[in-house]
Design a protein around this ligand. Structure first.
Ligand SMILES: Cc1ncc(COP(=O)(O)O)c(C=O)c1O
Length: 398
């Protein structure tokens, strides 16, 4: 391996949220932070080189995003997913979460509903509620250790609407998460199609958060929502970014793909004055990542696969009371801790105080996450091993 993902790097005292905020959040100095979706690996060298070059041009003024960076997004969608998009469809923002807020604002009037499928990435909740809308929860089904979407439930969400009313008070669409954080499913083409057909048939729009789409474990492929058909393309807002794949979250640059002109204009109006252009250096990093990052990414995925296989085997053989749900994508492992027999407060303090690991509480992702914890395995193997050993020791002491 050319890149050394096993090397432990000290990220403390660098204003790093994952490490520097951990003692305050988890209440202990010695906690191993395995929470926020950020990797403990240095960025791919071609990205660093591109940033250094840009810094060397000592003008950091207002920037007009466009040209080469947009081309790099268009080319990547074609090369990675065989999705042919046009340059005009690409809207750059400083993040996916603010784009979700703007998308909901564009699609709704206060009082409308947006469907979420919990347990799900919790910033989706405020993207809906801060726009005065209500969450309609079509909870995922957990059957024999595997999550599925509830298609009948989804149909009902639209059918339950109170008569043929004009806006407001209508179900306007769904925020779809693929790959799905925190449960790690990479919804396949059939599943995405089935979900999309229901939403579109009822006149809804799919806001598809695909930020984790390039972190895939062996045997999984990602299908962008808009790549399925022209009809799907015209009824979606697809949120992409290099930030998870290439560990660039602090540089704040995402690409939101909106093929439908009317939706794109609505999004532009909704973001006006509140959602600025992305950070200049984020754009440089995005282009370098998309054009030059693949060799690094291939090796990263191999490393994450080793970490995942190790963690799953560790739980199965040494901590069988905690059952990991094997993710198909994302570097987050959803742990079913219900057999420990603890309530949410008990499980939280057990992980923090007894095991001294900093995980995300499952209930944060919705009531369906009660009894679960989310563990970020994007770290050197030695750190992962240390964390698993701590959990094992704590469970054995019960
Ligand atoms: C599903 C999902 N969407 C969005 C984000 C964050 O996006 P951003 O940092 O671009 O706002 C995350 C971060 O973990 C995520 O998991």
């Amino acid at each position: 391996m050319k890149y050394d993902f096993a090397k432990v790097c000290d990220r403390t005292r660098t204003d790093c949220v994952k490490w520097d905020a951990a003692p305050a959040i988890f209440g202990r100095k010695d906690v191993i932070p395995m929470w926020v979706a950020d990797m403990d690996f240095p960025v791919a060298p071609p990205i660093v080189e591109a940033l250094k070059k840009r810094i060397g041009h000592e003008f950091y003024g207002y920037t007009l995003p466009g040209g080469a960076v947009i081309d790099s997004v268009v080319e990547r969608m074609k090369r990675k997913f065989n999705w042919k998009i046009e340059r005009d469809w690409v809207v750059l923002t400083p993040g996916v979460v603010p784009a979700l807020h703007a998308a909901v604002k564009a699609l709704t009037h206060p009082g409308d509903e947006i469907i979420l499928q919990e347990p799900v990435y919790f910033p989706f909740f405020s993207a809906v509620t801060s726009n005065g809308c209500r969450i309609s929860n079509n909870e995922l089904k957990f059957i024999d250790g595997r999550y599925e979407m509830d298609y009948a439930g989804l149909e009902n969400k639209f059918r339950e609407q109170p008569g043929p009313l004009p806006a407001p008070n209508r179900v306007k669409g769904i925020i779809f998460c693929n790959p799905h954080n925190p449960i790690g499913r990479v919804w396949n083409k059939e599943e995405v199609t089935r979900m999309g057909e229901i939403v579109i048939r009822h006149g809804g729009t799919v806001i598809s958060d695909e930020i984790h789409c390039e972190i895939l474990f062996k045997g999984n492929t990602h299908t962008p929502f808009g790549a399925i058909s022209e009809e799907f393309e015209q009824n979606c807002i697809v949120c992409m970014a290099p930030s998870k794949t290439f560990n660039l979250a602090g540089l704040e640059a995402s690409s939101i793909i909106i093929p439908n002109k009317k939706l794109r204009d609505g999004f532009a109006a909704a973001r006006m004055g509140i959602l600025p252009e992305p950070n200049l250096f984020g754009l440089t990093a995005m282009e370098a990542a998309y054009r030059l990052g693949d060799e690094w990414l291939e090796q990263l995925l191999d490393y994450l696969q080793v970490n995942l296989d190790f963690a799953i085997a560790y739980f199965e053989t040494r901590i069988p009371k905690i059952k990991p749900v094997r993710p198909e994508g994302t570097y987050l492992v959803w742990l079913d801790c219900r057999a420990l027999g603890m309530d949410d407060t008990g499980l939280r303090s057990f992980m923090r105080e007894k095991a001294s690991v900093g995980l995300d509480d499952g209930f944060l992702f919705g009531a369906a996450g009660a009894g679960f914890q989310r563990m970020n395995i994007a770290c050197p193997g030695s750190i992962l091993k240390d964390a698993l050993g701590r959990i094992e020791k704590a469970v054995n002491s019960l």
